[in-house]
Design a binder for this molecule. Structure first.
Ligand code: GDP
Length: 338
């Protein structure tokens, strides 16, 4: 699917549009951030710099769960609850499993139908054409743009298959894992590590005949969580039940997050976590830039492949290979080698 060529906005247009909360400009700015063209990336970088002081004021929530658990239906109900409180909500979705042209499961137009019509909500799937790390970077930048545009709650959704969740955990304040009733986590395809990083588990579809089972599942997870060490936030992970159909438990999920925010603000974890996340993204960006720079030098790029082959067939130690690559890169940037 090719984007139609639109007249190009200037950096000032982008900056002013975002700060005014113009949703069309916001959408275009996210496209700019996602673009692989060098000039777009430069402009995106300056735009992010321009709006930086207007970011960071939202509540950032991550949400994951295996396909079919009820994420989009939950987001509809939960999202309406949030906008019903007069808060502006942005929903950013990441679906690394589908190619960008193939019609993503998350990008499906019928998802979150109600919410997409809500003037207080903004829904945006991240183009999945980037490598996984890249998707997370773009989503984080999209999140910052949404914050600058005045969105007060940002919900970042991923398909809970265990790839991008850690990256998302590292950009949000609170991480929600949706689970189904009944089956244990292995049967549900939930990776162990994901349960450990969740701040709350929500057993979905707790309605009709499923209510009793949902309470049993809640108890089972609550029991299992006792085995994990207390997280650095000091927060005890909760297990809740909800039904997006009846609305039961939706408000409780929201209240739990508010309670967390309050507790984490008082004990200082909220701000400390954000600072730590910023530093970790800085390190990420830097290693990404460094890797991209290495790729620009043809001889170094070739050497890297040769060294990788040597490491693969055990003729070379990883350490020696890394040292040799670094030396070749140093020479390349001094102009000794191309
Ligand atoms: P996703 O793949 O995680 O986004 O899941 P969906 O939101 O598309 O939901 C998967 C299926 O579960 C759909 O058929 C929904 O109608 C159903 N579903 C979602 N939420 C509920 C709920 O609260 N109660 C019931 N009974 N079914 C639900």
């Amino acid at each position: 699917m090719k984007h139609t060529i639109k007249p190009r906005l200037s950096l000032t247009d982008f900056t002013e549009g975002i700060l005014k909360g113009d949703r069309i400009v916001l959408g275009q700015a996210i496209t700019l951030v996602e673009s692989k063209r060098k000039e777009d990336q430069d402009q995106a970088s300056r735009l992010l710099e321009n709006v930086l002081t207007h970011t960071g004021k939202s509540l950032r929530i991550g949400l994951t769960g295996v396909p079919g658990v009820g994420k989009s239906t939950f987001i509809e109900a939960f999202g309406k609850h949030i906008t019903g409180k007069g808060l502006k909500l942005a929903v950013l979705t990441i679906d690394p499993s589908s190619p960008v042209t193939g019609g993503s499961i998350l990008g499906d137009k019928t998802r979150m139908d109600e919410l997409s019509k809500d003037p207080m909500a903004f829904i945006r799937p991240t183009a999945a054409s980037h490598a996984l790390g890249g998707v997370a970077h773009k989503t984080r930048e999209a999140m910052l743009l949404c914050e600058a545009a005045g969105f007060e709650v940002i919900l970042v959704e991923t398909v809970g298959v265990g790839q991008s969740e850690i990256a998302v955990k590292n950009m949000v304040d609170f991480f929600l894992l949706l689970v189904l009733t009944g089956a244990g986590d292995e049967l549900q395809g939930i990776k162990k590590g994901i349960i450990e990083i969740a701040d709350a588990l929500v057993v979905t579809k707790a309605d009709g005949d499923n209510v009793t089972k949902s309470l049993e599942t809640q108890a089972m997870y609550q029991e299992a969580l006792h085995l994990f060490a207390a997280p650095p936030s000091g927060w005890q992970t909760r297990v809740l039940t909800s039904s997006a159909f009846t609305g039961e438990g939706i408000g409780e999920v929201y209240n739990t997050i508010m309670e967390y925010r309050q507790a984490a603000t008082v004990n200082g974890f909220f701000a400390a976590n954000r600072r730590q996340q910023n530093v970790s993204w800085f390190r990420e960006y830097f290693s990404q830039l460094l890797n991209a720079d290495i790729e620009h030098h043809a001889a170094v790029r070739t050497l890297r492949k040769t060294l990788e082959a040597g490491v693969t067939n055990l003729t070379l130690s990883s350490h020696a290979a890394a040292a040799e690559l670094l030396e070749a890169y140093h020479q390349a940037i001094r102009g000794i080698r191309s």
